[in-house]
Write a protein that binds this ligand. Sequence first.
Ligand code: HEM
Length: 181
Amino acid sequence: MKGIVFNLLEQSVVADHGEDVWEELLDVSCLDGVYTSLGSYPDEDLFALVGAAASVLEVRSDDVVRWFGQRSLPLFAERYPQLFSRHVDARSFVLTLNEIIHPEVRKLYPGAIVPEFGFDTSDADWLGMDYYSPRKLCAFAEGLLIGAGEHYGQTVTIDQPQCMNRGDRECRMNIRFSRTR
Ligand code: HEM
């Protein structure tokens, strides 16, 4: 996982829970916390920090990952406004993930391993999204989708009839977007 992901996790934990909690997560995970944005670090480090956050904050690990995704989206929007400004809603933004957003991420962060999503656009009322990755980070995707909704003034509701974490071969997310402003 690229260092930027660890940098965003640190920024999110410090903003919502304080510097002391970040230091505690590093202690519990036996990590030094030195991550440069372009460096590559073991996925296990991220999973250790998530596990530590779950036990320190007394929440489920997938809730930590979902919260982190939701918290990361505005941080991405601050850093890369050009990826967001050409869209008026979250659905059209999300539909550029495979062709624009993640390819751009691969250029910006050489060595980044990003998933390719399968999209089902057959119904205008919802968007189907298939996700496969050995990292099984569907909760991160959910958080980013919720954050994308917030960015465009929409509420996002996600139903996951299939999930790798429940033994399915891939995750299926059925996403509904409704306007809040
Ligand atoms: C709703 C929009 C998005 C979704 C659903 C999404 C989903 C994901 C998921 C699930 C991963 C985990 C990698 C894996 O599963 O193997 C990931 C990784 C990543 N994404 Fe996205 N993403 C979104 C938008 C963005 C944006 C806007 C950026 C930055 C401009 C971004 C940058 C990254 C980076 C840096 C990684 C880590 C790659 C690595 O360390 O190897 N994503 N994304």
